[in-house]
Design a binder for this molecule. Structure first.
Ligand code: SF4
Length: 427
């Protein structure tokens, strides 16, 4: 049964975890450091989603989980269950600030420059313990990049930090690591051990300068120059920022590494990745994933990696993932389709994007990524996708490529599939 948005209070559990109203009931976001949870925690989430919600669980494009359809009379019990399982914040009023993104292979990729997982934990701890930082917007987000071969580099972050060696990080504001010649360069470098102090100075400088309407770093940069911000940051630091980093470029990452079997660190275990169709799990699927590996990592592609899998079991695990309905190869339709919540869960949506994406999956051409969005806000994709279908009415979409103008309008899903097939033949 659908709960009405108006009937739900914004949160029944002030101070711990925020449950926001949605068309299909309360929405409880579970923030995961490095996207990781243990199999035991995954079972708790699966059971809690069944007991207190609709049984549906989203993997978000920030590598978190969301329990959907939470009933109003179950909110406190749900939060209590999650906090007991170690999935909540460590201090009141700090859950929203635990936004530190890293690679799904943080600490696991033998080609990375260093293991950033301890640094991610330190920064999340800092964000929770410093009460002043709780003034940051729930959307204010940091990224810590250890140079892993699999990293989501397309999401803009308020503050980003990239390792250039095991001893040094460069950083920037309101964007991501520069990869191409014309990208905005890194601003400065610091020693790895100085990163927590740097982040503290950056966030406090942001709070010192930001007007109430300036909730994101990009907003602040409309009224303050980078030089002004860096000058104030430098005054807070007991070490000098090294500004001689303008030529650094981040080596390319490979999103296809989220699929298949990969070496995990230097041990004999492997990790195995697969795509969750349309980022949507149910309780039974999540429980089944927890049975396949002792640790799970969610990724910003709304996919999952199973960790600590004995190499002798890897191929069986791939088969089991496929049997659960996950895409195990980058060419599969569900590896190339994303869709926002759509009208099942969002009042702003003009169409049932999840159902329409299921329909489109049956006739996807062999190449190309497609994003279905219920409205122009495009919540599901923080990065550029080759083709975007924006709903304008139930079952009807305008189709966009690179250009701001639509390439075709008011298409049914069948017409969109034909359009995609034609353009893949032309390519
Ligand atoms: S893109 Fe629009 S319709 Fe889809 S979830 Fe976001 S606000 Fe709702």
């Amino acid at each position: 049964m659908q709960a009405s948005t108006q009937a739900l209070r914004p949160s029944a559990c002030p101070g711990l975890m925020r449950i926001v109203p949605a068309r299909d009931g309360g929405l409880c976001r579970i923030r995961l450091a490095c996207g990781e949870l243990s199999a035991a925690q995954a079972r708790v989430v699966a059971q809690a989603s069944d007991t207190f919600g609709s049984g549906l669980i989203d993997v978000t494009n920030r590598a978190n989980l969301q329990i959907r359809g939470v009933r109003e009379d179950s909110q406190e019990a749900l939060v209590s269950r999650l906090v007991d399982a170690g999935l909540g914040p460590i201090t009141p009023d700090s859950d929203d600030q635990r936004n530190v993104m890293s690679s799904p292979l943080a600490g696991l990729d033998p080609h990375a420059l260093l293991d950033v997982a301890p640094l991610v934990s330190t920064l999340i701890d800092q964000l929770q313990r410093d009460a002043r930082l709780h003034q940051l917007s729930p959307k204010f987000a940091l990224m810590v990049d250890g140079g892993e071969r699999l990293a989501m580099l397309d999401h803009p972050h308020d503050v980003w930090l990239s390792a250039i060696s095991a001893e040094r990080f460069v950083f920037g504001l309101a964007g991501g690591p520069p990869r191409f010649e014309n990208d905005a360069p890194a601003l400065a470098a610091v020693e790895t051990g100085h990163v927590p102090a740097l982040v503290d100075a950056l966030l406090n400088t942001f709070l010192d300068l930001a007007q109430p309407w300036q909730t994101r770093m990009r907003d602040l940069l409309t009224t303050c120059s980078i030089e002004e911000i860096l000058g104030l940051v430098q005054e807070k630091l007991g070490f000098a920022l090294d500004r001689d980093v303008k030529n650094w470029r981040r080596p390319a990452s490979d999103a296809r590494l989220r699929f298949g079997v990969h070496r995990q660190g230097t041990g004999s275990d492997v990790c195995v990745g697969a795509q969750v169709p349309l980022g949507r799990l149910d309780a039974a699927m999540l429980s089944a994933l927890a049975d396949l590996a002792p640790r799970l990592r969610m990724t910003p592609w709304q996919s999952v990696m199973l960790l600590d899998v004995p190499s002798s079991s890897a191929l069986v695990v791939v088969e089991q993932l496929a049997a659960l309905g996950l895409a195990t190869h980058p060419g599969e339709p569900f590896a190339r389709l994303i869709a926002c919540t759509g009208s099942q869960g969002c009042a702003k949506s003009f169409a049932d994007t999840k159902a329409d994406a299921q329909l489109l999956a049956r006739s996807m051409p062999p190449a190309g990524d497609v994003h279905l969005s219920g409205c122009a806000r495009s919540c599901a994709a923080a990065h550029r996708v080759e083709t975007t279908l924006i709903a304008v009415a139930p079952g009807r979409y305008d189709l966009y490529g690179d250009a701001p103008d639509a390439l075709a309008r008011h298409l049914t899903i069948e017409q969109a599939a034909r359009w995609l097939a034609r353009s893949s033949l032309d390519a």
